[in-house]
Design a protein around this ligand. Structure first.
Ligand SMILES: NC(=O)c1ccc[n+]([C@@H]2O[C@H](COP(=O)([O-])OP(=O)(O)OC[C@H]3O[C@@H](n4cnc5c(N)ncnc54)[C@H](OP(=O)(O)O)[C@@H]3O)[C@@H](O)[C@H]2O)c1
Length: 307
């Protein structure tokens, strides 16, 4: 079934902005639910997650929800307060949606939520599939709690899909923009040992995955939102330098330096995991950007359209 009207939460972010464009190009009505309604190109409704308030009109005519909202994991140092915000922006927002779905006479048939490969923890050499156990670090516990709330949507007989998103490559922000900056300045370097695995995905493919999940009724449960293969941090940094035609001459930045600079948040860059994207491919999904160098060229080269 093709949804006609899709409500996106956290739509002002990296993924939501691109997904909104792609859904609109397909002629699907998009509406946003966020913390403010300023400067929006589509109808927008407001919620206040902390106070459990949501605009009653938000679900009107909506047949599918895409849930992306969550405080940026890499935006600020992980103080106890920030950690609580990272967790509650995801768990409480999902709870609020569930409460609203319970008390409203709605037509929502499909719920596709962001989740994250952080679910698996940092697994080193083991390949993580959707059947793998959750990890035990901070991010893994956040994602596990988040998914527990997402699963409550399925209990309302709404088809629910969780996309466990990997490292999203986009020109507009996120990991690639941060990694490309020093490389452009000629001071790029691998991080930590450089051997940690990075399970990447091109933003266009990630958004196509969300659209695939919205459309295909056989999809339900968790799917890894990653590309067809992972690389090491060093391989990714080297590929960025190659595409930008910049030299990479500095030694890797040691993990202890990153720990001093970032605290516990350094885990995001000095650790990694090998995550398999096979499950979604087995139900028919195909990638537009399966090759890392081509994906980077499409994002970093000035001659190609910006994504
Ligand atoms: N990008 C990645 O590499 C990646 C990897 C794994 C998982 N994910 C997950 O995928 C989702 C979308 O990713 P993204 O890169 O688009 O994230 P993003 O750019 O940080 O956007 C997330 C959006 O969530 C809303 N938000 C921010 N802080 C919030 C808070 N305290 N309470 C409630 N809402 C808040 C904001 O939308 P409004 O201002 O409109 O409310 C924001 O634009 C996120 O949940 C993220 O954790 C992303």
């Amino acid at each position: 079934m093709i949804p006609k009207r899709v409500l996106i939460t956290g739509a002002s972010g990296l993924v939501g902005t691109k997904l909104t464009e792609m859904l609109m190009q397909e002629g699907i009505d998009v509406i946003h639910l966020g913390r403010s309604a300023k400067k929006k190109q589509v109808p927008s409704f407001i919620w206040d997650i902390q106070h459990g308030v949501i605009d009653e009109e938000a679900l009107k005519g909506v047949d599918a929800i895409v849930h992306l909202a969550g405080a940026g994991v890499a935006d600020k140092r992980w103080t106890e307060k920030r950690k609580q915000e990272i967790r509650e922006s995801r768990t409480r927002s999902t709870q609020l949606l569930v409460e609203q779905l319970k008390k409203t006479n709605h037509q929502v048939k499909t719920f596709v939520s962001a989740s994250a490969i952080g679910y698996y923890g940092f697994e080193g050499d083991e390949v993580c599939t959707e059947a793998s156990k959750p990890g035990s670090d901070f991010l893994a516990s956040v994602v596990k709690d988040w998914e527990t709330e997402i699963d409550k949507v399925q209990e309302l007989n709404i088809r629910t899909v969780k996309i466990r998103i990997g490292i999203v490559l986009s020109k507009r922000g996120g990991a690639l923009a941060e990694m490309a900056k020093p490389v452009r300045w000629g001071v790029g370097a691998a991080l930590g040992t450089g051997k940690q695995y990075m399970s990447w995905i091109h933003i266009e493919d990630l958004c196509r995955m969300f659209i695939y999940a919205l459309r295909n009724e056989q999809l339900q449960g968790a799917y890894n939102g990653v590309g067809p293969y992972w690389v090491t941090n060093k391989e990714l940094t080297t590929a960025i330098a190659k595409v930008l035609k910049k030299p990479l001459w500095l030694p890797p930045i040691p993990g202890f330096v990153l720990n001093l600079m970032l605290g516990e948040m350094a885990d995001l860059v000095v650790k990694g995991s090998k995550v398999s994207g096979r499950k979604i491919v087995e139900v028919g999904f195909t990638y537009t950007h399966p090759n890392l160098e081509e994906a980077l060229t499409s994002l970093l080269s000035n001659r190609k359209p910006q994504t």
